[in-house]
Design a protein around this ligand. Structure first.
Ligand code: APR
Length: 246
């Protein structure tokens, strides 16, 4: 199937990739629902909702600080880097990610559309400010804004709207000729609606995941493998070469 998928990508001018936690798994970042996934050990309702934050901002921040500290010790992998190569090769390429880990940025992706925000940004809902903060661990929890209010992580929590980036992601899906779905369980909406939107608009769907998902039956190709192995192959860059270029 890989040669056929390569042909589809080669012939397309607008290619879109949607990534999930699976693309960062080979960097040592736990996924959410896979083996050892974050939601196996922690309850999203206790840690990733505005209600949880209102209830106990310190607890929520201890968890985000733990994730930031873990992320500060890992590197992007060959899957992230292959998408940077694809972006360089295809002017009409768009990267959409559900990940807040910042590994696409660190790999060199020019402008990932971050549907769920960025763990390396802080926000103040009192004065409206938001700013980058890469300190890990943070010196004091919970961190505060200059206006004195408790800051929150720059991520989208369950039950919150996605913001302006959604319209751009939806447009990219509607105009895609090839839509890659990489390392996501396709269970969380509205992100999981992008592939069906692309399919309905005539795109070829290529899924990359070691396991089947609710989307697999609708994909034109569902490639069972790891993103860090399949993506370089698909993008026709060798894992060795691209590490020299990376
Ligand atoms: N390469 C490709 N896919 C992988 C790899 C890998 N190396 N390792 C695991 N996967 C797959 C798993 O099989 C699973 O289908 O990645 C998927 C990860 O799914 P989830 O843990 O559910 O993560 P994701 O789909 O990104 O979650 C969506 O849910 O919890 C919220 O906001 C959070 O953005 C997140 C959203």
């Amino acid at each position: 199937m890989i040669p056929t998928c390569r042909q589809w990508i080669g012939a397309a001018s607008s290619v879109v990739a949607l990534t999930g936690a699976g693309i960062s798994a080979e960097s040592g970042v736990p996924t959410f629902r896979g083996q050892g996934g974050l939601w196996k050990n922690f309850k999203p309702e206790d840690l990733a909702t505005p209600e949880a934050f209102a209830r106990d901002p310190r607890l929520v921040w201890e968890w985000y600080d733990w994730r930031r500290t873990l992320l500060a010790q890992v590197e992007p992998n060959s899957g992230h880097r292959a998408l940077v190569q694809l972006e360089a090769a295809k002017p009409g390429f768009t990267l959409i990610t559900q990940n807040v880990d910042g590994l696409h940025d660190r790999a060199g992706s020019r402008r990932p559309l971050k549907l769920h925000g960025d763990i390396w940004r802080l926000e103040c809902r009192q004065c409206g400010r938001d700013w980058p903060d890469r300190r890990a661990p943070l010196p004091k929890l919970p961190p505060r804004c200059g206006c004195g209010a408790i800051a929150r992580p720059g991520v989208v929590w369950f039950g919150e709207p996605l913001g302006e980036v959604w319209a751009e992601a939806e447009h990219a899906a509607r105009t895609a000729e090839v839509f890659l779905i990489v390392g996501t369980s396709s269970l969380v909406y509205p992100a999981a609606s992008l592939a069906p939107i692309a399919k309905a608009a005539g795109a070829r769907l290529i899924e990359i995941n070691p396991e089947g998902t609710p989307l697999s039956a609708h994909a034109d190709a569902s490639l069972r493998g790891l993103a860090g192995e399949v993506l370089p192959d698909l993008v026709n860059v060798s894992r060795r070469d691209e590490s020299l270029d990376g």
